[in-house]
Design a protein around this ligand. Structure first.
Ligand code: FMN
Length: 400
């Protein structure tokens, strides 16, 4: 995902310095080209050898280190960088950058770069609350520096408060979002639905399905990475909410219908990846149904068909649906595409290994309005999300 991207990681002198080793290791696995600059204080906490091994590049920590090439290191690195990340960022380093001080290799290289700079602070909560630190952060934010808020928690010094380095995976997400994708969906509103719905039988029981929500969440996340304004209407899932998008949590198909209809008009692209229950119990009992001697019959009534309703309403918006089948995949998918007035249908066969619910991969067949059929190979749901959004963008361009 980060192949061909050069990321410079600045490590400062704080307890959380060891966590940057994890970040560098994860970025390497995403195929980024990595360079590490350590401050003098950082070397009191962790050895440059650790970063050298993980980044597979020399670690720079001294302005006046014996040069390894004719290039002036801080300038060449500053120019080469697609992204800079300072992690952990000390109060001292934030203060230096905010005030234009360039008295070590890290602050000097940051001063010379035109790439985006992400700053992930970690410090004692009283330091973080200090008005000088806060003013420095505000000043840098106003200048376009991207901050990853520290978490509230128990700090290394024993205090409890805000100052703990943000979650490593959240930092990686922000890096990906900043550097991995072209912002080709900028200015577009993308409405996505994900997950199952729950249809209440009584206050403790419900009808649902095996949808994990992973496909819809991948689409929402990748759309956000590509600069879209995303609204995600999600049924109940175990997935982490996606930061930086509008999340609307719903339970039942009726709630999902309401939420989708409320946001449909402003959407340019609508992708319905949710597995909405076709039926709900006709009557949801007010009190728990007690066990009885005989069998119990629950009468089901039809839920509104959200995709069909959208198909009737769309004007020049792009409407994409999903079809999950266990047989006659292409036939059923084509029928659904026409009946519901979709621009594209993403069909997958639940019985194929590596496709369908809960897994991280999918094997999809894409069918468009012209009847063109594309069989996609097995790929991650993030990769498939990328392909679907490419198609959505192309259809959107055609319609406008
Ligand atoms: C044990 C120890 C832990 C420290 N942890 C932090 C920290 O988490 N955040 C911070 O801003 N400063 C911390 N400091 C203070 C910095 O190391 C100090 O301000 C130093 O000048 C920062 O240098 P640098 O910004 O060049 O890395 C710590 C100091 C010590 C001795």
């Amino acid at each position: 995902m980060l192949k061909g991207k050069t990321i410079v990681v600045g490590v400062c002198g704080g307890i959380a310095a060891y966590k940057s080793a994890d970040i560098i290791s994860k970025l390497k696995k995403l195929n980024a080209e990595l360079h590490v600059i350590m401050t003098r204080s950082a070397r009191e906490f962790i050895s440059p050898l650790t970063f050298q091994s993980l980044s597979q590049n020399y670690v720079i920590y001294d302005m006046f280190q014996e040069p390894r090439s004719w290039e002036i290191e801080h300038i060449s690195l500053a120019q080469k960088a697609d992204l800079f990340i300072v992690v952990p960022a000390t109060a001292n380093m934030i203060g230096k950058i905010a005030n234009g001080i360039a008295d070590d290799m890290l602050s000097t290289t940051i001063m010379a770069t035109k790439s985006p700079v992400i700053i992930a602070p970690a410090m004692n909560c009283d330091m973080f609350e200090n008005i000088i630190v806060q003013k420095n952060i505000q000043r840098l934010q106003a200048l376009g520096y991207i901050f990853v808020e520290p978490q509230v928690g128990r700090l290394a010094c024993g205090d409890i408060g805000q100052g703990k380095l943000a979650d490593v995976d959240d930092i990686i997400e922000i890096i990906k979002q900043t550097v991995a994708f072209d912002k080709d969906l900028k200015d577009l509103n993308v409405l996505v639905t994900a997950g199952p719905t729950r249809e209440a039988i009584d206050p403790v029981r419900f009808i649902t399905n095996h949808s994990s929500g992973k496909m819809g969440y991948s689409i929402a996340k990748v759309a956000k990475y590509r600069g879209a304004k995303v609204t995600l209407v999600s049924g109940p899932t175990n997935l982490k909410p996606i930061k930086g998008i509008q999340m609307i949590d719903v339970n039942s198909a009726l709630e999902m219908y309401e939420a989708v209809m409320a946001h449909f008009e402003e959407a340019d692209i609508i992708i319905k990846a949710a597995a909405v229950s076709d039926y709900r119990p006709l009557k949801s009992e007010k009190h728990k149904i007690k066990k009885q001697q005989n069998d119990l019959e629950i009468q089901l009534t039809k839920n509104p068909d959200i995709l069909m309703e959208l198909g009737k309403k769309v004007t020049n918006q792009v409407l994409i649906g999903f079809s999950m089948e266990t047989q006659l995949l292409k036939e059923y998918a084509k029928e659904k595409l026409i009946k519901k007035n979709l621009d594209l249908i993403v069909a997958n066969n639940l019985s194929e290994k590596g496709a369908g619910f809960a897994v991280d991969t999918n094997i999809a067949t894409l069918i468009n309005k012209n009847g063109d059929i594309e069989n996609m190979p097995i790929m991650t749901k993030d990769e498939l999300a990328y392909v679907i959004l490419d198609k959505a963008l192309a259809i959107h361009k055609k319609k406008h």
